[in-house]
Design a protein. Structure first.
Ligand code: MN
Length: 267
């Protein structure tokens, strides 16, 4: 087993680019609480013990003075850039999915080639959603338009519109739609890899605490199986779209913590 390196953890409680419901700003604290209160085991399934402050360095949360999207975008990008400039690997806890655009913008400064593995019920590829350039429905369009990633592999998608299929074609994405799901995509992933994990990729039966319920999704077990099968260098990750207002008995927060542990153990 490889030695576990120290990974940084940053909370990004920004949800003003959500199109439907606010509430994703609750994500970082809700997921940390699962670790702190001790109801969940801090070991990964592979036998690594997650110790905050030792092998996972919690940097706390970014503070957003307002809902202004351009200001938030710049803050996120600047802070991520600062924290990875020493070569550190970093996991961000959202927040809505709009945070991935400025995060990737920062990673791009250090990785001229960056491959993204994106778990989601949604493609998040809209050219224009509600006239908000920064919308959580558009980050992967923004990333590709700006040349910030070499490839994107999307997994678990089950909501593509005609427009989003055109966008996917234009950006030459590799999409494993939920209806066609199998594990073959794992063999084609390249490094350095960034993982963007929208919790709504999971079926709402497993993870009700998200803003957008989209039935027919991955089981937690299948998602973990995908992660545990990865064998490429992972340089960063985010876990987004957890919404405490929709959760039941912290079930989804515990799922978020589990995904955090399993991703962390790969880094
Ligand atoms: Mn989603």
């Amino acid at each position: 087993m490889k030695i576990q390196s120290t990974v940084k953890l940053l909370g990004i409680p920004f949800d003003a680019n959500s199109s439907f419901l606010r509430g994703c700003s609750s994500g970082p604290d809700a997921i940390r609480l699962i670790h702190e209160q001790g109801a969940s085991n801090a070991y990964t399934e592979g036998g690594k013990l997650l110790e905050m402050g030792r092998n996972l360095l919690d940097l706390g949360d970014l503070h957003f003075a307002s809902d202004a999207a351009p200001t938030a975008h710049k803050l996120i990008c600047d802070e991520i850039q600062k924290h990875i400039s020493d070569g550190s690997k970093l996991i961000s806890l959202g927040g809505d999915h709009s945070i991935t655009f400025p995060i990737i913008k920062a990673f791009h400064k250090f990785f001229s080639e960056l491959h993204i593995l994106h778990f989601d019920a949604h493609g998040d590829l809209y050219h224009d959603f509600q006239n908000n350039y920064y919308s959580h429905a558009s980050p992967f369009a923004r990333i590709m338009e700006n040349g910030l990633a070499t490839s994107i592999t999307q997994v678990g998608i089950r909501t593509l519109t005609h427009h989003q299929r055109e966008q996917a074609e234009k950006f030459q994405l590799n999409i494993i739609e939920m209806k066609d799901f199998d594990f073959h995509f794992l063999d084609e992933l390249q490094a350095p890899l960034y993982i963007s994990f929208d919790i709504d990729v999971l079926d709402p039966a497993f993870a009700p605490g998200v803003s957008h319920h989209e039935p027919g999704g991955l089981s937690v077990r299948t998602a973990i199986k995908c992660l545990q099968s990865l064998n490429v260098n992972i340089v960063g990750a985010d876990i987004v779209e957890y919404n405490q207002n929709r959760d039941i008995n912290q079930v989804t927060a515990a799922v978020g913590y589990k995904i955090l542990k399993e991703i962390w153990s790969l880094m």
